[in-house]
Design a protein around this ligand. Structure first.
Ligand SMILES: Cc1cc2nc3c(=O)[nH]c(=O)nc-3n(C[C@H](O)[C@H](O)[C@H](O)COP(=O)(O)OP(=O)(O)OC[C@H]3O[C@@H](n4cnc5c(N)ncnc54)[C@H](O)[C@@H]3O)c2cc1C
Length: 501
C-alpha cells in the first residue's frame, strides 16, 4: 500500500530524530517521523538517559543562557568552572585514542553550546547537574568532568519536551511503525518501506534522515561484531535499537564506518533484566567503583578502578567485566567510603552482601575464590599510599605502589567494617560502529560521495567514538547532527540545494 508523500521522513523517535524533525520543520519541510516503539515506550535510549549534555562553556554567563532561572543562592555557591573547545576536543581525542574523526569532532564541539541554546529555545528546560558531577568543596559546589547541565526530568523530561515541540510545530508522528528498507530510485532516496500493524507500506519522501540508533539490542549482531560473549550482556536501554537504519543504508551502498567492534558498556547490576526498564531506569547503575576494589571470580583485581574520573572510565569498564571469568565481578567497599555510594546501591534487587569480617564477606559472595580474595585485599591495603590524603572531589593521587595493577586515585584501604560487596556484570549502552557521514550529515558511500537524499544522526553514526566515550557526548552529538540533518535534508528536499550527488 502507498501512503501520502512527504518532503522528509525521519526514521527513529529519540533525541537525534526529534532534533532532525524539528529542524526540518523550521526549514519549511513537511515531516513524518516514524517511531518503531509504541507511544508509551517512545524515545529510544534517550528516554533512559540522565539527560546530560556535554557542551562548551566559559562559566556562569554561558550556563545562564540555558538555565536562566538559577537562584541567587545557586550562583553564589557554585563554581561552574569552564570547559573550552580545546579541552572538549582533547577529551574526545584522548579517550578515543585519537581515532575520532577530526571534522565530526569539531562540528560537535563548535556547535555544542549553540545547539543546547537552540533546544532551550524549543522548550527543553535545563538544570545544573549538581547531583553527580559537582562535589561540595569548602562550602561551594565545584563541577568536574566537563558536564554542567542536564535536561530537567532527565531523559524522560527531554523526550517529553521534544515531542511537545514536535507536535506544536506540526511534525506528523506514527508509532509502532518500523522502517524496513529505503526506496532508492535513479535520483537517490525516494522514501521508505515500513511495517505497521503487520502490514507493509511504502511512504514517499524527497529525503530521509536515519536516526534509529545502534545495534546494541540485537543479540546476533552484538555477537557477530563485538565478539563472543556479547550475546550475554544486559541492554541498559531500549529493546528497539537493532541496527535497522544501519542495515537499510548499507543495503543501498552506504559505507560502514567507525569501530564496529566497539561499544559503550558499563558495570551493571548482575541480575538486571535483559533490557532497560524505564520505571527503574537508574536502579541498576553501579558507578561507585572508583572508591572500591573490583575483584573477579579468581579473587583478583583486574583494572585500575581509579584511573580517572568516573566520567572517563565507566564506558569501557563494562567490557572489562565481560571479559572476566563468568562475566561478573564484585565492587568491594568498606565503611570509610560507604557514604559516597549513590542511591541505586541501596535499591531493592541489588545483588549485595555485607559482613563484619572479610572472611565472612567472601563466604557470602559465594562465587569468589576466598583465599585469593583475602590475599588481594591484604596486598592492596599494604600498597596504599596512606600519606596522601583521600579526596573524592579531586583526582587525589592517593594511589597504590608496587601492585601488578596499581590503583591511581582514591585508593582506600579495605579495613573498616562493615564491609560491602555488590555484584556486577556488563551492561551495554550503545554501539560505536555505523554509517559514515560528512559535516552536513549526508550519508556517504564507499567512495566518500553522498548518497543523494540520505542523512543520518545519533548513535548510528560511526567515527566519533572508539574504545571509550566522554560522558554526555551522545545526546550532544545526536542533537548537533540531528539539527544539521534536518536542515540539510529539508533544503535538499525543497530544492534549495543541488539535488545532484
Ligand atoms: C541508561 C542510559 C543512560 C545514558 N545517559 C546518557 C546521558 O546522560 N547523556 C548522554 O549524552 N548520553 C547518555 N546515554 C546515551 C544516549 O542514550 C544516546 O547517545 C542517545 O540517546 C542516542 O540518541 P539517538 O536518537 O541516536 O537514539 P535513541 O534515543 O536510542 O533513538 C533511536 C530510536 O529509533 C527507533 N527505531 C529503531 N529502529 C527503528 C526502525 N526500524 N523504524 C523506526 N524507528 C526505529 C527506536 O525506537 C528509538 O526511538 C545513555 C544511554 C543509556 C542507555
Amino acid at each position: 500500500m502507498d501512503s501520502a508523500s512527504y518532503d522528509l521522513i525521519v526514521v527513529g523517535g529519540g533525541n537525534a530524530a526529534l532534533c532532525a524533525a524539528l529542524s526540518a520543520r523550521e526549514h519549511g519541510a513537511r515531516v513524518l517521523l516514524l517511531e518503531r516503539a509504541p507511544e508509551a515506550q517512545r524515545g529510544g535510549n534517550t528516554a533512559f538517559t540522565g539527560g546530560g549534555f556535554r557542551m562548551v562553556h566559559h562559566g556562569l554567563e554561558d550556563v545562564r543562557k540555558v538555565v536562566p532561572d538559577l537562584s541567587e543562592g545557586e550562583i553564589a555557591n557554585t563554581d561552574f568552572g569552564r570547559y573550552t573547545a580545546e579541552e572538549y576536543l582533547d577529551d574526545l581525542g584522548r579517550v578515543t585514542q585519537y581515532y575520532c574523526h577530526p571534522d565530526l569532532a569539531e562540528t560537535v564541539v563548535r556547535q555544542s553550546a549553540d545547539t543546547v541554546q537552540w533546544l532551550h529555545g524549543r522548550g527543553v528546560r535545563f538544570v545544573p547537574r549538581f547531583g553527580r558531577y559537582a562535589f561540595k568543596h569548602e562550602g561551594r559546589f565545584r563541577f568536574f568532568g566537563g558536564t554542567v547541565v542536564e535536561a530537567s526530568g532527565g531523559g524522560r523530561g527531554l523526550v517529553e519536551a521534544e515531542y511537545k515541540a514536535a507536535a506544536r510545530n506540526g511534525v506528523e508522528i506514527r508509532y509502532k511503525a518500523r522502517a524496513t528498507a529505503l526506496l532508492n530510485g535513479r535520483g537517490g532516496v525516494e522514501g521508505v518501506r515500513l511495517l505497521a500493524e503487520g502490514a507493509e507500506e511504502t511512504v514517499r519522501a524527497r529525503a530521509v534522515v536515519l536516526a534509529s540508533g545502534g545495534f546494541e539490542a540485537n543479540r546476533e549482531w552484538r555477537t557477530r561484531y563485538l565478539g563472543p560473549g556479547w550475546d550475554m550482556a544486559k541492554v541498559r536501554g531500549t529493546r528497539y535499537n537493532t541496527g535497522d537504519g544501519i542495515r537499510m543504508a548499507l543495503d543501498i551502498g552506504a559505507q560502514s564506518y567507525g569501530q564496529w567492534s566497539g561499544c559503550h558498556s558499563v558495570s551493571w547490576e548482575r541480575n538486571a533484566p535483559d533490557f532497560g526498564d524505564l520505571d527503574a531506569r537508574a536502579a541498576f547503575s553501579r558507578n561507585g567503583y572508583p572508591f572500591s576494589i573490583m575483584v573477579n571470580a579468581d579473587g583478583r583485581r583486574f583494572v585500575d578502578e581509579g584511573a580517572d574520573f568516573r566520567n572517563y572510565t565507566y564506558a569501557r569498564y563494562g567490557r572489562v567485566v565481560l571479559e572476566q571469568p563468568g562475566s561478573y565481578a564484585w565492587h568491594v567497599f568498606d565503611a570509610q567510603v560507604a557514604h559516597l555510594l549513590h542511591e541505586e546501591y541501596k535499591s531493592r534487587g541489588a545483588t549485595r552482601v555485607q559482613a563484619d569480617t572479610l572472611e565472612e564477606l567472601v563466604a557470602r559472595m559465594e562465587d569468589v575464590h576466598p583465599a585469593r580474595f583475602l590475599e588481594t585485599v591484604r596486598e592492596f591495603n599494604a600498597a596504599v599510599r596512606r600519606d596522601v590524603p583521600f579526596d573524592p572531589n579531586l583526582k587525589d593521587g592517593r594511589c597504590t605502589r608496587g601492585l601488578v595493577i596499581d590503583k591511581s586515585n582514591w585508593a582506600n584501604t579495605i579495613e573498616r567494617p562493615p564491609f560491602l560487596a555488590y555484584s556486577v556484570t556488563c551492561g551495554i549502552t550503545f554501539t560505536f560502529g555505523g554509517l559514515k557521514i560528512d559535516t552536513s550529515a549526508r550519508v556517504l558511500d564507499v567512495c566518500d560521495d553522498p548518497l543523494p537524499g540520505l542523512y543520518a544522526a545519533g548513535e548510528l553514526v560511526g567515527g566519533l567514538f572508539y574504545y571509550n566515550y566522554p560522558g554526555s557526548a551522545g545526546l550532544m552529538s545526536g542533537s548537533v547532527f540531528g539539527r544539521i540533518a534536518g536542515r540539510e535534508g529539508a533544503r535538499y528536499a525543497l530544492g534549495l540545494q543541488s539535488r545532484a550527488a
